[in-house]
Write a protein that binds this ligand. Sequence first.
Ligand SMILES: C[S@@+](CC[C@H](N)C(=O)[O-])C[C@H]1O[C@@H](n2cnc3c(N)ncnc32)[C@H](O)[C@@H]1O
Length: 281
Amino acid sequence: MTIDRSSAAALVTHETDTLADLGIGYPANHFAWRVILDSARERGARSLVEIGVGGGNGVPHVLAAGLDFAGIDNVPEKVDVTRAILRDLGGDPASVVVADAEDAASMAALPGAGSFDTLVGLGIMPHVDDRAAVTANLAALVRPGGELFLEFRNSLFSLVTFNRFTRSFIVDDLLAGRSHQIRQRVGDFVAERVDMARPPLPSSGHEAYYDNPLAVVPQFERLGYDEVSVHPFHYHAAMPVLESSDPQAFRDESLAMEDDDSGWRGLFLCSAFLLRLVTPA
Ligand SMILES: C[S@@+](CC[C@H](N)C(=O)[O-])C[C@H]1O[C@@H](n2cnc3c(N)ncnc32)[C@H](O)[C@@H]1O
């Protein structure tokens, strides 16, 4: 079967035309794909593997950019949904399999393992304990000199949210290593000034991990990856608690920032960032 790249492109165009539609959740991944596929195109990539295919929303982006799509998810229903989207666009459904990023052996069965040009993992790293081990598992899926884009949640955004994350960032990260007395005093001071009831605690009882983009670059360089860089996305025009006062203005301003080159501001106004790594050639 031939891949129907024009239908894939039409789906991406539709997504682009509806970015400001409040009936659709904030389209953060649209902007992540833009960064990923610009880089893939520049490097002449021909194949991409997505870790955590979810609802298969990445498939049209990848096919429209002229690349072949493969992927895994550890939830069989997600694999089924993504296979159906891929099949409808003329792709090979067998290139999406059930596997777990934390289990290297399960991923080795993916056709093309070890040869992909680009790897993408959105929504994986905030839930894994051993980042170095999982990154090594993922790096084994690309060719030598292949690139990885991994999404992390941005802990620096906590300085803008004025909620319980603000307190924990200041006390646990910024003041790490300081005396109990100082941290306690600062913690009490901040707690009186922010909304400690937000966001609500996750029903799973497991808080996701938040990472500091300024700290992860040297961490991953030390692990031996090349060209390590950070690309913030998912802008918030203001603290999330203000969003309900004028949701359309909030959406429009946030979308505008994704398109601007807002430089260092993205390190604080974005709730997520992509970490780009290249494996040694
Ligand atoms: C945020 S969603 C990704 C959404 C997807 N990119 C999309 O646009 O539809 C994260 C996905 O990763 C999958 N996932 C989480 N941890 C995983 C793991 N350790 N191995 C494989 N898949 C995982 C989840 O089942 C979920 O479908």
